[in-house]
Design a protein around this ligand. Sequence first.
Ligand SMILES: [Zn+2]
Length: 290
Amino acid sequence: MHPDRTQPDRPARVPRPRPGTARRPAAPSGPVAALVDLLLPRTCGGCAGAGPPGSGGWCPACAAETGPPYPLRVPGAGRVAVAGRYRGPLRRAVLAYKERGRRDLAPDLAAVLAPAVAAVLPAPAAGRTDPDAVWLVPAPSRPAAARLRGGDHVLRLCRRLEPRLAATGLAARTVPLLELDRRTRDSVGLDGPARARNLAAGLRTSPAAPAGVGDRTATGPGRTRSAVPGGTVVLLVDDVVTSGATLRACRVLLRRVGVPVTAAVLLADATAPAAERSTAVPPAHPAARR
Ligand SMILES: [Zn+2]
C-alpha cells in the first residue's frame, strides 16, 4: 500500500510525560518566536553571547565559524554529510540543545543542518530537478534519555528541518520509523563492536511506522519490497557521528524493512581524533545519552 495515503503526516506517537516529570513549556515558534526574539534576545547556543536582534540562538559569528557542510566517509554508512566539525560553537550549541535544556535551539540547529541536506541530494536525473519528497528519519534516542531531555531531540530537529527544506522547494516530512528498546544500554564507554551489538539488540521499527514498512510479502528470499513511494529520498538524521555504529545499524534495519536510505545528514562530525576536540563537557546526567 502507498504509505502516504494511509497514514497521517505525523505518524509519531506523542510522548506523554510521566507523572511528576517536570517539562518546560514549549518554546514559541513562527511569528511569535520572531517577535519574542526581537524583544527578548536569546543567548547564542554557540558562544552564550547576545547576537544582533533577531539572530536567535545562533549568532552570525558562530555561523561564520561553522561549515560549510562536507561529505564524510563513514564505512558502511553510505553517503553522509555533516554541517561541521564537533568543536567550538557547534559543539557547544549541540550540547546546550541536547543536554542543557536549550530546546529553543532546535530551529537554529535545523538551519545549520539544512545545507548538509543539499550536499547529499542525488544529482538530478534527466527531466527531473528535485526528489518528489524527502523523508527525514530521525535516529532514535533511548526512551530514558528522551524523557530526561524533555523529548526526542533528533525528532524535534527533524520537525524544525521540514519548513527549512520546504522553503527551498523540498517536500520534507518527518517519518519516525525507528525506536530503541527501553533496555538498550547507554553506549558511552562501549567500544565499537560492543556499541554495534547494543544497538542491534535494541533497535527496532516503531509501531507508528507507515503501513507497508516491513511488509516482506511478494518478494523473494532476501529481498524486500520498497515501502517508500517512488521519487522519495530517505535521509537518516542524527546529531553527532562518532564511530558510525548508529548510522550503520539504522541503515541495515531500514533496508531490511524496505526503506533504502539515500543518505545520512548530521550536525556534527566527531570522527576526528580526540586530541583535536575541545575540552570535554560531560552530559548533565549519565542517562541523557544517545
Ligand atoms: Zn555565537
